[in-house]
Write a new protein. Structure first.
Length: 188
């Protein structure tokens, strides 16, 4: 692993290029791989970005990051640049992470030691809280049990992550019928 100070210098150089592309710089790591360095840059979308981080946006950001690194010459010798999105298994640590996870199943570890699993239905910006509708899987082919919505201040969240939903239902859409919304844990 290359010194953390080196990664900070790289972050300082690439962050303006990432921001100019309308994205957020999530993380930067620099490590050695034989005689060359590997620079890993993790990008995300802003909280209000309704688009996604598709391949075209990643490619465009990669060019901008590469140009910034080449212009500043902060990496000595040859390097490989890997620009990527955080992935589905990333921890939800900021409000924008939760905002983009609305409609998905989440598991939330609370600072009091408790936990909450269910469908994330809302992120309230006015008081920095999330709303999760608890969903307990049904046993032996029965329907899941949907509880009452639980409001959790983000300050009470120790850590959280999106659960991979293999039920085939996927995220809840606003276009779903009221009956399906209630079954999926979304308020009409």
């Amino acid at each position: 692993m290359v010194a953390p100070a080196h990664a900070e210098r790289v972050r300082h150089v690439v962050e303006p290029a990432v921001v100019a592309e309308g994205l957020v710089l999530e993380d930067v790591t620099v490590r050695k791989a034989g005689s060359r360095s590997v620079v890993e840059v993790v990008l995300d979308i802003t909280e209000d970005d309704e688009g996604g981080l598709d391949l075209d946006r990643v490619a465009q950001a990669t060019r901008a990051v590469s140009d910034a690194l080449d212009a500043a010459d902060v990496i000595v010798g040859e390097y490989t640049l890997d620009v990527m999105s955080p992935g589905v298994d990333r921890a939800l640590t900021e409000r924008r992470h939760f905002t983009h996870a609305v409609g998905h199943l989440v598991t939330v570890a609370l600072s009091d030691g408790g936990s909450l699993a269910g469908r994330l239905t809302e992120v309230d910006r006015s008081d920095d809280a999330i709303v999760v509708v608890p969903v307990t899987p049904g046993l032996k082919g029965r329907k899941p049990v949907v509880g009452e919505p639980v409001r959790v201040p983000l300050s009470d969240v120790r850590h959280a992550h999106v659960e991979v939903d293999l039920s085939g239902i996927g995220p809840v859409d606003d276009d779903d019928s009221a009956g399906h919304d209630a079954a999926a844990g979304k308020e009409s």
